[in-house]
Design a protein around this ligand. Structure first.
Ligand SMILES: Cc1cc2nc3c(=O)[nH]c(=O)nc-3n(C[C@H](O)[C@H](O)[C@H](O)COP(=O)(O)O)c2cc1C
Length: 179
């Protein structure tokens, strides 16, 4: 079984990356695990042309296909997203927009293999879990339209820099036990 852990932040060495590192370490004991960062890839914004509603393909060709190849080969997908202005970072939102060819609300649409399990982790600096829930909701909305089963989520408040992650390690490893 393959697991894909995604750093949905553009920061490669911040708090999100640290959480991705811990989750990847835990999962690699049980799964063939790969981690990626959204900023490893170069892609354009969705132009909203809706060509994909008729063709199931985007008119643009870039690294989106590389990311979707990672999705396709994974059995388990864990998206780890910080709050940027109370929602997922723009880079990850831009990726989701470009997944419209795979969205199940139109026919034809592209597909990835079925049976995938999706997990969501949100982190933020502020104290209220409600904002984490909003981020988890954004990720789970995306999973739903790609027919990835939503299997669990974790919200971590009061985290700004990676130094704040170590004291939360037990929460993160407990979460991993259910993956
Ligand atoms: C552009 C930007 C916007 C942010 N907006 C929020 C916010 O609305 N609420 C919040 O609690 N934290 C916010 N934060 C803090 C981040 O969620 C927090 O620092 C997180 O740990 C960042 O992880 P990263 O450095 O791995 O991207 C913001 C950080 C940045 C850089």
């Amino acid at each position: 079984m393959k697991a894909l852990v995604i750093n949905c932040s553009p920061v490669r060495n911040g708090a999100t990356a640290e959480i991705v590192r811990i989750i990847s370490g835990e999962l690699s004991e049980r799964y063939d695990t790969k981690s990626i960062c959204i900023d490893d890839y170069s892609f354009s914004f969705c132009m909203g042309c809706r060509s994909c509603h008729n063709t199931a393909r985007c008119v643009q060709t870039d690294d989106i296909d590389l990311i979707m190849a990672e999705f396709d080969s994974a059995d388990i997908i864990v998206s780890v997203a910080p709050s940027y202005w109370a929602d997922i970072p723009g880079q990850f939102k831009a990726f989701i927009d470009r997944c419209t060819p795979w969205c199940n609300t139109h026919e034809p649409h592209a597909t990835i293999k079925s049976g995938k399990k999706g997990y969501s982790v949100a982190l933020r600096t502020g104290p209220s879990m409600r904002e984490c829930e909003r981020i988890i909701g954004s990720i789970e909305h995306f999973y739903g339209h790609l027919e990835i089963e939503c299997c669990g989520s974790l919200g971590l408040c009061s985290v700004e820099y990676k130094e704040a992650v170590e004291p939360r390690k037990a929460e993160i490893t407990d979460f991993c036990k259910n993956i």
